[in-house]
Design a protein around this ligand. Structure first.
Ligand SMILES: Nc1ncnc2c1ncn2[C@@H]1O[C@H](COP(=O)(O)OP(=O)(O)OP(=O)(O)O)[C@@H](O)[C@H]1O
Length: 324
């Protein structure tokens, strides 16, 4: 399942906040990003999911103009990148590798400095916006504390607050929950959801499947520099191949019937249970009828959908960290 700019006939084209075609980034002879076509609809919370080293950070750096691409096209908020970088960046808030904070200044003083370096930011509202951003990320109590006394999680939140100093069309967050404790992680997730509810498109990378499931509407799955799946999370969930489980004392005979119907034997999940994968186009009742017709004593029969995790493992050939 992939999503392209072409919508169904008769419907409007999908309005994309980020769009790439054949994006390539090489380091030496190695492609860290190998020809990816991203399509991030406006208003989505798009989870950019992939194991460590799959190319997420490199893609984000190229999208934001922090590194140059070796090939392909990029449009951010409808404008060509990097040509339109100067007009696009003021509308994009980013958290990538944490901005360089001054350790001997307080969190609030750091944000005031960064905001005053932004020529699009209003100085009249600066103090109010800094305080609001600190409150939103749960750092209001530590606003006056020096950053050198901040924990890693607090620095991460300060980076988020910096990305949110002004209303943005698009937020790009690279692993925003890295270094946060479970409470901080929950807060960031709910913050992302509330930003999206306010109309901001959020592009957020993660190596945690559960995290993406909890906060995202869309997902793109990276594996070794390639985008192996992309689209609404619900579609990806339902695209997993279903399998059947047959509980029977006549295992060999049941396996023969399933094979005859074109199902592929799976690893038996328990004694007396036969698994058949690849249910495409075969109705469950046909399978039961065929089993019974061949004299298989069917004591239990069920159709199981692949979990999202199984789907990802089959797409990437790798396991994912399931919980954060
Ligand atoms: N500056 C660089 N020079 C050489 N190789 C690099 C550079 N930056 C990244 N790479 C390589 O590119 C590949 C993709 O790295 P990248 O950091 O984009 O992955 P990632 O999915 O963001 O993983 P992580 O979550 O660990 O950062 C890796 O093999 C990495 O070693």
């Amino acid at each position: 399942m992939t999503e392209t700019r072409e919508a169904a006939p008769g419907s409007l084209p999908i309005d994309l906040a980020i769009e790439t075609h054949g994006l390539v980034k090489r380091f030496g002879h190695r492609s860290a990003v190998d020809g990816i076509d991203l399509a991030v609809p406006r208003g989505a919370v798009y989870g950019f999911l992939g194991p460590n080293g799959s190319g997420k950070t490199t893609t984000i750096r190229v999208l934001l103009g922090l590194a140059s691409a070796n090939g392909g096209e990029i449009r951010v908020l409808g404008r060509e990148m990097p040509q339109q970088l100067a007009s696009v960046l003021p509308e994009v808030g980013a958290l990538v590798e944490g901005p360089g904070f001054y350790p001997f200044l307080s969190g609030a003083a750091n944000l005031l400095r960064l905001d005053s370096a932004d020529r699009h930011a209003s100085s009249a509202t600066r103090h109010r916006r800094v305080n609001e951003a600190l409150d939103r990320v749960g750092l209001g109590h530590a606003a006056g504390k020096k950053v050198r006394a901040y924990s890693l999680g607090m620095k991460q939140r300060l980076g988020l607050a910096n990305a949110m100093l002004r209303p943005r069309e698009l937020l790009v967050l690279d692993e925003p929950t890295n270094g946060l404790d479970p409470q901080g992680t929950r807060e960031v997730r709910s913050l992302v959801r509330s930003l999206a509810a306010g109309g901001t498109t959020v592009f957020v990378s993660s190596h945690l499947l559960a995290e993406v499931e909890q906060m995202c509407t869309h997902v793109g799955v990276m594996s070794a520099g390639r985008l192996v799946a992309q689209g609404p999370l619900d579609e990806l969930r339902s695209a997993g191949q279903a399998h059947v489980l047959v509980r029977t004392p006549d295992g060999e005979r049941a396996a023969r019937v399933l094979a005859r119907l074109g199902l592929v034997p799976g690893e038996a999940p328990g004694h007396g249970v036969i698994q058949g994968n690849g249910l495409d186009g075969i109705e469950p009742e046909e399978i039961v009828a065929a089993l019974v017709a061949d004299g298989v004593r069917v004591r239990g029969f069920s159709v199981e959908n692949a979990t999202l995790e199984e789907r990802f493992v089959s797409l990437t050939g790798e396991g994912f960290d399931v919980v954060g």
